[in-house]
Design a protein around this ligand. Structure first.
Ligand code: ATR
Length: 289
């Protein structure tokens, strides 16, 4: 964080409710200091009247905002422009100041893309299983289709939600086959090597002894995987992947890079790998507290 605010200090922040547990101030205040930006990032607890909060942010000359639960969808109505990927995902998590208001982006999917590239977890040309069909899964499935998955399987407890998501993606990426299935039908998946992205909330702290699918037979086909959960650092899903010989990462780098990408959009900079690594280490320390 910058040591002292002065007349030129810019403000960025997070709109959500609740916001008390966010790690975003760690990300952005560390980046501001490392990149020599006179900028402070603070959480804003917005209980109601989202549109007024966005208007107020603009009037106060706030440079950029992140948006979290429960406003990632509703915030779109308060923006002057929304990036095409964010429209297709149906969620905005980053607001970038422009003439007359803010433009909305989705850096969650961009963060996941960066994390997977860095860890060499492949989507292009592969069969990909996405577990979950909620808000987070929307960004995951969009990325899989955009990045050229050979075939996407969306598995969800509520199959209707998986079907809705599959139809949404098929409309934008007609060349990418998407199949919706009920999670318990996992044994009907073809028996070949697959990439899997865990996008349900199962396994999240404090329910650390749960995984969306417990059967080791499912994990035999998973050779590369991501759990978008980062707390705990190793979920039961991750252990199950490893036990069958697969390579798996948690969601910490997705969190890191959604933040880095937002910071880059706000400040028109490119954050170097050493700085990213420094922020990652700080996030790990925070999570151990
Ligand atoms: P998020 O924004 O984190 O994605 P969400 O939109 O509420 O949160 O989605 C949560 C996901 O976890 C959904 O896919 C949900 O399945 P349903 O659509 O069937 O509700 C899944 N999920 C949460 N708790 C679950 C449970 N106990 N068993 C199976 N799936 C669960």
């Amino acid at each position: 964080m910058i040591k002292e605010a002065d007349g030129k200090t810019r403000l960025c922040g997070l709109i959500g409710y609740p916001v008390g547990h966010t790690l975003s101030p760690v990300i952005h205040n560390t980046l501001a200091e490392a990149m020599g930006k006179n900028l402070v990032y603070v959480p804003f607890s917005v209980e109601k009247d989202l549109a007024a909060a966005v208007r107020g942010a603009y009037a106060l000359n706030i440079l950029g905002m992140n948006v979290t639960v429960p406003y990632k969808k509703d915030v779109m109505e308060a923006l002057v422009e929304v990036d095409e990927a964010a429209v297709r995902i149906g969620a905005v998590n980053t607001l970038v100041r422009m003439e007359g208001g803010y433009k909305g982006y989705n850096t969650d999917y961009l963060g996941l893309e960066r994390a997977m590239k860095e860890e060499n977890i492949q989507i292009a040309g592969r069969d990909v299983v996405v577990l979950g069909a909620g808000g987070a899964a929307n960004a995951v499935v969009y990325l899989c289709a955009k990045a050229g998955a050979k075939q996407i399987y969306i598995l969800n407890r509520t199959v209707k939600k998986a079907q809705g998501l599959a139809e949404q993606v098929a409309a934008y990426f007609p060349e990418c086959p998407v199949t919706a299935m009920e999670t318990r039908d996992y044994d009907k998946l073809p028996d070949r090597a697959m990439t899997c992205i865990q996008a349900t909330s199962i396994g999240l702290f404090p329910n650390v002894d749960a995984a969306v699918i417990e059967d080791p037979a499912f994990y035999r086909r998973i050779d590369q995987a991501v759990d978008i959960i980062y707390n705990p650092g190793e979920t039961k899903f991750m252990r199950l992947v490893k036990e069958q010989g697969g390579r798996v990462i948690n969601g910490l780098k997705m969190l890191l890079y959604q933040g880095v990408t937002a910071f880059e959009l706000w400040n028109d900079v490119s954050v170097d790998a050493d700085t990213c690594y420094k922020v990652q280490k700080l996030l790990e320390q925070e999570l151990q507290k």
